[in-house]
Design a protein around this ligand. Structure first.
Ligand SMILES: *[C@@H]1O[C@H](CO)[C@@H](O)[C@H](O)[C@H]1NC(C)=O
Ligand SMILES: *[C@@H]1O[C@H](CO)[C@@H](O)[C@H](O)[C@H]1NC(C)=O
Ligand SMILES: *[C@@H]1O[C@H](CO)[C@@H](O)[C@H](O)[C@H]1NC(C)=O
Ligand SMILES: *[C@@H]1O[C@H](CO)[C@@H](O)[C@H](O)[C@H]1NC(C)=O
Length: 271
């Protein structure tokens, strides 16, 4: 009988230990977390209502980044963020330096804050167009969707000339063999997370292949015009030169031209 009671007590002790261990692992149930969002300031706070041991300080963390530390023994600690919560989403922790450590966790969750890598993309006809969006905010995106205003349905991966690649925070829409009439326009990348939806717009412009050649063609045209002008000019003054050559003999062309000019001036003066 006594042995049985001992065994039962042992089992109970094990159970209690197990519960304590589970409680000590993650967020302590003895921490009241608070979050307030007022006039451009976010205030995160933790209140340890039942300290196990002496508190030797506090630490605030965002991911691996330590935001603030102190050596105070108070049960209450707070951290102030300047700015909007949309810009500071994520998982925050308050850590009490006790032994063992006690942690409180707070999530600042926002709608997806989607941004386009480039608000406007350019592509050449026939090339592959690549449009990219990302979401740096918390919670992570569970699904990405691309669509166009002028088309009723969403863009399906693998349909037509479209390929979509999405990986967590980032999505990429590739459009193969760009076409000026069909592909020019606005594309929207829409992200869904556990809070809701957010999106960004990318404007795609497709240029004609010739457009890339325009500067070169312009230079060619200029050269052609110049050559033509010179040619016509030379042809027009040929009869004069023949005369010049006759009385000038074998003088070089350059001095010929100046002689000729002089003669013109003299002639004009005479007139
Ligand atoms: C912390 O929690 C205790 C117990 O709930 C409460 O009495 C106290 O006012 C709280 N402190 C702060 C600063 O909120
Ligand atoms: C915070 O977010 C993480 C990851 O999504 C989740 O595992 C955790 O339960 C959340 N914590 C709170 C206090 O909501
Ligand atoms: C789209 O299809 C390609 C190839 O079939 C695949 O590699 C890719 O993972 C797909 N993207 C999405 C978002 O499912
Ligand atoms: C998402 O973005 C956050 C913040 O930029 C980053 O820490 C995280 O590793 C990213 N996750 C993925 C799956 O890319």
């Amino acid at each position: 009988m006594a042995a049985g009671a001992e065994g039962l007590r042992g089992l109970l002790a094990l159970l209690v230990l197990g519960v304590l261990a589970a409680g000590g692992e993650g967020t302590s149930p003895d921490i009241q977390t608070g979050f307030s969002d007022s006039t451009g300031k976010l205030i995160l706070s933790c209140n340890l209502t039942d300290p196990y041991s002496a508190i030797e300080g506090h630490e605030w963390k965002h991911g691996d980044k330590i935001l603030q530390t102190d050596m105070e023994s108070s049960t209450f600690t707070s951290y102030i963020i300047e700015g909007k919560k949309e810009e500071h989403s994520g998982i925050y922790e308050c850590i009490y330096k006790t032994s063992p450590e006690i942690k409180g966790e707070m999530n600042i969750s926002v709608l997806p804050q989607v941004v386009a890598y480039k608000k406007s993309e350019h592509g050449n006809e026939g090339d592959t167009g690549v449009l990219t969006c990302k979401n740096p905010s918390f919670p992570p995106v569970s699904a990405w969707v691309w669509y166009r205003n002028d088309q009723e349905s969403i863009i399906v991966n693998g349909s037509g000339r479209y390929i979509i690649k999405s990986s967590g925070n980032k999505t990429e829409l590739r459009i193969l063999k760009l076409n000026i009439e069909e592909d020019t326009g606005d594309y929207h990348c829409s992200a869904i997370n556990s809070i809701g939806k957010g999106e960004a717009t990318v404007n795609l412009r497709v240029r004609s292949r010739l457009a890339a050649l325009w500067p070169f063609l312009g230079i060619v045209a200029e050269v052609l015009v110049l050559v033509t002008i010179i040619f016509i000019y030379e042809k027009r003054r040929k009869p004069d030169e023949v005369l010049d050559d006759d009385d000038g003999g074998s003088a070089p062309l350059k001095s010929n031209a100046t002689n000729h000019k002089d003669k013109n001036v003299r002639q004009r003066n005479a007139n």
